[in-house]
Design a protein around this ligand. Structure first.
Ligand code: FES
Length: 101
């Protein structure tokens, strides 16, 4: 059973994607839809590399997988993707909710 985790005031994340840590795990906070937010785990699903931001996408330097900046889908390996986690904006404060999926 997962709990909701405070990310912080939405005003602090005017510029996205932004690096955040939730429950000891690194994520990228990204835009979801026009005004929503989402989390993409910054750990590569291939072999655990650190997922970094480059030129409008995410990139793993270990074996060069790349990922869509908004939905985390892998751009060079079909059916692979970054783990996601939902975000709720409660009166201007962002919370990670639910479990990674
Ligand atoms: S660990 Fe990321 S591409 Fe292999």
């Amino acid at each position: 059973m997962s709990e909701d985790h405070l990310i912080g005031p939405a005003d602090e994340y005017a510029k996205l994607p932004a690096e955040v840590e939730v429950d000891g795990t690194p994520y990228w906070l990204v835009r979801k839809g026009e005004k929503g937010y989402g989390l993409l785990m910054a750990i590569c699903p291939h072999a655990g590399g650190d997922v970094r931001k480059i030129d409008g996408m995410f990139f793993c330097p270990l074996h060069f997988w790349t990922f869509d900046e908004n939905d985390g889908s892998c751009l060079n390996m079909a059916d692979e993707r970054l783990m996601r986690r939902n975000v709720e904006n409660r009166n201007g404060v962002l919370y990670a909710i639910g479990s990674p999926y």
